[in-house]
Design a protein around this ligand. Sequence first.
Ligand code: P6P
Length: 337
Amino acid sequence: MNNIITLGQFIIEKQAQFPYAKGELSRLLRDIGIAAKIVNREVNKAGLMDILGSAGSTNIQGESQQKLDVYANTQFISALTSGGECCIVASEENEDIIRIDSAVSKSARYIVAIDPLDGSSNIDVNVPVGTIFSIYRRISKESLPGLPDVLQKGTEQVAAGYIIYGSSTMLVYTTGHGVNGFTLDPSIGEFCLSHPQMKIPETGTIYSINEGNYVHFPEGVKQYIKYCQVEDVKSCRPYSSRYIGSMVADLHRNLIKGGIFIYPNTAAAPSGKLRLVYECNPLAFVVEQAGGRATNGFSRILDLEVNQLHQRSPIFIGSNHMVMKAEAFMAGNKSKR
Ligand code: P6P
């Protein structure tokens, strides 16, 4: 067998670098990998099963839940509950946190926040969707675990990552020591290391934003979009506009090719649309670990205070130079938010 390194082997090798590690985080990452393979199986045949279309229910965000949304939520919660390595699961699909009361989990040292199927409105049109996860250490030592364990700043994450169910299925994650990408080989049912030590290009020529909301954007964002569109051979402008409408897919493309993804505040979403706990913090951790930058246009995403479970934030994330350029336009128009 050639030098295939599976996710499980990689996790064990990395764990060996931490002599005091007891393997809980390793097992937690493996639990997530297993659930991802189960969800992938259904995503891949969603067109064939009666699993497409709306489940007839709505989630905490008031968004209609696609059957695959509900299925993915159930699978990840079940894998994390039975794995016994986390005491709380906070799912973007659920209004409240899920405290896992089993004998084993009650004393578990980790918390998992998860967006089980981000971009799910794209399922019926066969556009890539993704799972996003964040892992924190429990801070409630003696007392029962609860909301304070989840409302931690992004800087407190011990691991974060995403699974993209696209032309291939990839799991990309960081534990704070760089970013590694694993591609699912369906013939052996394993995530195999395919993108070691991922680094986002310092700059790029792709900007990703829903320009349909242009009239509602802050002045700084409008000026940055115009900057992207002006001809300037030296700085490879005009840039290309690419917007998939599935954050994991837009972010993954930019991570590999370089680029910027922006979801600013708009009239419909005065605090931005994307969730700080479930989308912004985990993806900001990954992008920073890959050498990129993630802010709300003014402040570092990972430093933002987390006050509510479903708190939203504007996000400017991607290649350093591009995010800093967008921030310069935002700073120059602070009064015209
Ligand atoms: P809009 C999907 O619903 C999502 O949460 C992200 O994955 C995506 O980037 C964004 O919303 C798309 O939002 O308003 O452009 O359709």
